[in-house]
Write a protein that binds this ligand. Structure first.
Ligand SMILES: [Cu+2]
Length: 258
């Protein structure tokens, strides 16, 4: 039901690797390539306070402005572009990227060893890009996508994946308002589309929802509204839960761009 959770955490193919860094800013692109595990990443320093992630980008590119996060919740298929400033810790110290969502072996991800001083003249600009901001009032087509257990399988809108059926037909460049609801932890992924979270459970978007995404995480009982912009060529595309075991248990559907 949860998907398969392994007991060894790999980063770029290596179990719990160690990376030597200088005492300055580094940019990382973090992709959750686990089949089912949702991480709550944090950075603990050997001595001194924990470091923060300065998020500069997400699935669909740069954010408008950087956002500092003490922790990053990242679901399968999601991406976060971050800057970590190792200049905040002493040379010789270590920084561990931990996963607060688990304990034991899966509670550790990787370690950074700050091995040398670095003449770091970089800074993170306060303005990064000017992404399109969708005005929800302009969205005239509304659809609902319900990600729920169907008694024997994981389903979207009450049915198993059917290669012949379609949940939506849109035109290239269309932007629609989709309400996505969930009974469990489902990272909802659309192919060839950008998603901007407009509301989460009736309130403001969550702290990790900023920017144009293509994968949004819902928890049990969650309901979000997204602006969905379809950028692909005409053809058949998928939407699905990116928990691979849920997807394999038929939580997948077609949509068409015509
Ligand atoms: Cu799922």
């Amino acid at each position: 039901m949860n998907g398969v959770l392994g007991d060894v955490i790999l980063v770029n193919g290596a179990p719990w690797p160690v990376l030597d860094v200088g005492a300055g800013r580094y940019r990382f692109r973090i992709l959750n390539a686990s089949n089912a595990r949702v991480y709550q990443l944090a950075l603990t320093a050997g001595s001194g306070p924990p470091l923060t992630f300065t998020q500069i980008g997400t699935d669909g590119g740069l954010l408008a402005a950087p956002v500092d996060h003490p922790t990053l919740q990242i679901a399968p298929a999601q991406r976060f572009d971050v800057v970590i400033d190792f200049g905040q810790v002493a040379v010789g110290d270590t920084v561990t990227m931990v996963n607060q969502a688990d304990s034991g072996p899966a509670g550790s991800v990787m370690r950074f060893r700050v091995t040398q001083p670095m003449h770091d003249t970089t800074s993170v600009p306060s303005k990064l890009s000017t992404p399109d901001v969708v005005d929800p009032a302009t969205l005239t087509t509304h659809r609902s996508m319900r990600f729920h257990w169907g008694g024997g399988s994981w389903q979207i809108n009450g049915h198993d994946f059917d290669p012949k059926s379609s949940e939506a037909t849109v035109r290239p460049g269309d932007t629609e308002l989709w309400t996505i609801s969930s009974d469990f932890h489902h990272p909802v992924h659309l192919h060839a589309a950008g998603l901007q979270v407009l509301t989460r459970n009736g309130g403001a978007p969550g702290r990790w929802d900023a920017g144009w995404k293509d994968t949004v995480l819902l928890g049990p009982g969650d309901e979000i509204q997204v602006a969905a912009r379809f950028s692909g060529y005409p053809g058949r595309y998928m939407l699905h839960c990116h928990n691979l075991e849920h997807e394999d248990m038929s939580m997948m559907a077609n949509f068409h761009i015509v």
